[in-house]
Design a protein around this ligand. Sequence first.
Ligand SMILES: [Zn+2]
Length: 302
Amino acid sequence: MKLSIGLFAVLASLIVNASDINTFELSPSDPCSVAVAQPANVADALSLSDVWQQQARIQSIFNDKPKVSIVVDDLGDNSIVAKQLLNLPIKVTAAILPHTPHATKIAQWAADNGHQVIMHLPMEAFSRPDLLGPGALRANMDQQKIEATMTSSAASIPYLRGFNNHMGSLLTEDPQKMRWVMESAKKRGWFFLDSKTSESSVAQIVANQVGLKNISRDIFLDHHTPANISQLDGIILKRFKKALKIAEQRGHVVIICHPYPQTVKFFEQELPKLVENIELVTLSQLVTSVNSHNSGALAGEK
Ligand SMILES: [Zn+2]
C-alpha cells in the first residue's frame, strides 16, 4: 500500500508540474481538489479514505472517459425518496429547496454520503407562481430584498456549495436581477448551474461577467406530463442514452433528475450497466474543469 501511495504521489507531482497537461480538478480554489502532490512520507499518515480519494483523483486525471454529473432537483419535501436516492452507490448533487421541512436533514444525509449540496433557488417563472414555494426571488424585488431573501434561504440549508434555479423562466431573462443574484452568489463562494428553464436565459452570461463559475444543464432526465407518466421508465432510459451521446461528443454532460420512484428504480437497476464507459463526477469538479478550460481558451484568443 505504501509503495502504491508513493507511486501515486510521485505521479501526481509530475502531473501538477506539467503545465501543458489539461488536468481535471486541480484548481486550488475548489475545496474538492485537495493537493494531490503529497511527498511520500506524508502519504503514510493518510487515512484509507484519503488514500482512496487521492487515487480516485489521480485516476481521474489519467482518465479521459466522458464525465457525467447528476443533479437531483426539488429535494426537501419528501424525505423517503430523497433517502433512497442518497443511499445509492453513486455520487450526485443534491439540489435542495430552501425552507422545506426536510432541507437540513437531507443536506446532512447528502454530506454524510459524500454527495454535494446546492440550493435549488426558486425564481419567478412566466406561469404557475403556486409552484415556487418559500424563499422565491421575484421580478418586483429590489437588490436589498434579493440579498435578504438569498441570505435567509441559505441559512435554511447547510453544506451549500452553489445553487441552481427552480423554475425561473421570467427572472433568468432579466439581466439586472441576474446581476444582483450572481454578485450575491459570488460573495458566498458558490458556483451556479443554469437549469435552463428558458431558452433566453441570460444567467450564464451575467455569471461570466461577474466572474462566477457556472455551467448549464443539458438533459432533464425524467421530465414528463400527466399524460405520459405511464411511459416514464422508457423516457428516462432514452434521455440517459441521449445524455451519454452528448458526453461522448463533448466530454461532459450535466443531467438533472427529480426524486421520483421511477428515477430511483432506474438508478438502481439500469445505471450500473450503463456507466462502464463514463465517469460520474461531482458538479463542482465539472464546473471547475469547464471554467478553467474556458478561461484558458479565452486567454489563448487574446
Ligand atoms: Zn425545481
